[in-house]
Design a protein around this ligand. Structure first.
Ligand SMILES: Cc1cc2nc3c(=O)[nH]c(=O)nc-3n(C[C@H](O)[C@H](O)[C@H](O)COP(=O)(O)O)c2cc1C
Length: 307
C-alpha cells in the first residue's frame, strides 16, 4: 500500500521513514517489538567480534532532558550473534539493518564476512561508539584515514548490500569523515550517535549514578545538536542520511528531515513514550503533510537549505 510516508533509502524501500536506531533494544529477538509497533525499519544492536558483558550497572539512567547510557556494547559476539540474526531474519517484515563495531580493520572484516552472507537490508558501520574508548582506544571514526580504510575494505565484502557509516557528533572532523566515507563509496550516513560523554551525580549519595561513571547522552537534550550536524552533513555530501538524536515528536521528525535526513531514527523516545511513539509520529506527519500539501516525505528532505 502506498502512502505519503513511503520512501526509499540507498535503493531499499521503507513503508515509513521511522527507524529504530541501534542499541535501544539489546536482545535480538526483542527488536521485533519495534517492528510490531510500526517502525519502518529496525537497526540491531551493534555486534563486536567477541561477546561483551557490557559495563557495570546501572547502564541507562534518565536525566531531566533525556538519558545517559554506558551499555558498553553489551552483545553476544559473532558466533551466537550470527545464529540469533539468522533466526530473526526468518520473521522480519521490515528492512533490518545490522550494525557492527570494531576498532581495527581486521575485526570489521571478520564482522562483515559473518553478517553480509545473511543479506541484511543494509549494514551500518558504527564508527563512533563513545563508551568504550578507555578499553579500545580511540574510535576508528576519530581518524579520517582509518575510517577510509574501513569503508574501502568493507565495500569489497558487502558487494551489493548498502553500507552506511554511523558518525559521532563528538568529533570536530565529522564532516571530513563523512566526505572521506563518501569518496570511498559509502552508500549512506547515519548520525548522530550519543553526545558526550556526560555525567550525573546524585547529590544525596554524592556519587556518579552510572556504574561506568560517564555515558553517552541521548534524547531531547541533544536534538538541536543532531539538527545542526545533519544540516552540515547534508551540505557536505550527496549520499542520503539517516538522521537521529532526540527525535521525540512528529515535529522533530519533520524538522530533522528539513535539515537533510531521508530516514529518521527514533530511539530514546521509546524509553520515554513507549512503543506507541512510532504510530504517534506517523499520524502527526501525515496530518502535517496533508494540511501543507506535501505529497511525499522526500519533498521535505533538506528543504531548510533552500535560500
Ligand atoms: C542504551 C543505548 C544503547 C546504544 N547502543 C548503540 C549501539 O550499540 N550502536 C550504535 O551505533 N548506537 C548506539 N546507541 C546510540 C543510538 O543508536 C542513537 O544514535 C542515539 O541514542 C541518539 O538517538 P536518540 O536520542 O533517538 O536515542 C545507543 C543508545 C542508547 C540510548
Amino acid at each position: 500500500m502506498t502512502s505519503l510516508l513511503n520512501t526509499t533509502f540507498c535503493g531499499v524501500e521503507f513503508e515509513n521513514p521511522l527507524i529504530l536506531p541501534s542499541g535501544i533494544i539489546t536482545e535480538i529477538p526483542a527488536h521485533k517489538k519495534a517492528e510490531d509497533a510500526g517502525a519502518g525499519g529496525v537497526t540491531l544492536k551493534s555486534f563486536t567480534v567477541q561477546p561483551r558483558e557490557g559495563h557495570s550497572l546501572p547502564r541507562i539512567i534518565k536525566y531531566d532532558h533525556g538519558f545517559l547510557n554506558s551499555v558498553g556494547l553489551r552483545n553476544a559476539g559473532i558466533e551466537k550473534g550470527k545464529e540469533a540474526v539468522k533466526e530473526y531474519f526468518l520473521h522480519a517484515r521490515v528492512p533490518t539493518i545490522v550494525s557492527v563495531f570494531a576498532t581495527n580493520v581486521k575485526d570489521f572484516v571478520q564482522l562483515l564476512e559473518t553478517f553480509a552472507p545473511l543479506h541484511p537490508a543494509m549494514i551500518e558501520l558504527n564508527l563512533s561508539c563513545p563508551n568504550v574508548e578507555d578499553e579500545f582506544g580511540k574510535p576508528t571514526g576519530d581518524e579520517v584515514e582509518s575510517a577510509a580504510r574501513v569503508v574501502r575494505e568493507a565495500k569489497k565484502i558487502v558487494r551489493n548490500i548498502p553500507l552506511i557509516a554511523k558518525l559521532s557528533p563528538n568529533l570536530p572532523t565529522i564532516v571530513d569523515i563523512a566526505k572521506t566515507c563518501e569518496a570511498e563509496g559509502i552508500n549512506g550516513l547515519s548520525a548522530i550517535n550519543t553526545v558526550g560523554p556526560g555525567m550525573v551525580i546524585d547529590i544525596k549519595t554524592k556519587k556518579p549514578v552510572l556504574g561506568h561513571l560517564k555515558g553517552g547522552v541521548s534524547g531531547p537534550g541533544i536534538f538541536p545538536i543532531a539538527v545542526a550536524k545533519i544540516y552540515d552533513l547534508y551540505e557536505a555530501v550527496k549520499v542520503p542520511i539517516l538522521g537521529m538524536g532526540g527525535v521525540t515528536s512528529w515535529q522533530n521528525a519533520v524538522e530533522i528531515m528539513m535539515a537533510g535526513a531521508s530516514l529518521v531514527g527514533v530511539g530514546s523516545a521509546v524509553y520515554s513514550k513507549g512503543y506507541g511513539v512510532f504510530e504517534e509520529i506517523k499520524a502527526g506527519m501525515i496530518k502535517y503533510m496533508e494540511e501543507n500539501g506535501v505529497g511525499s516525505v522526500q519533498e521535505m528532505v533538506g528543504i531548510a537549505h533552500q535560500r
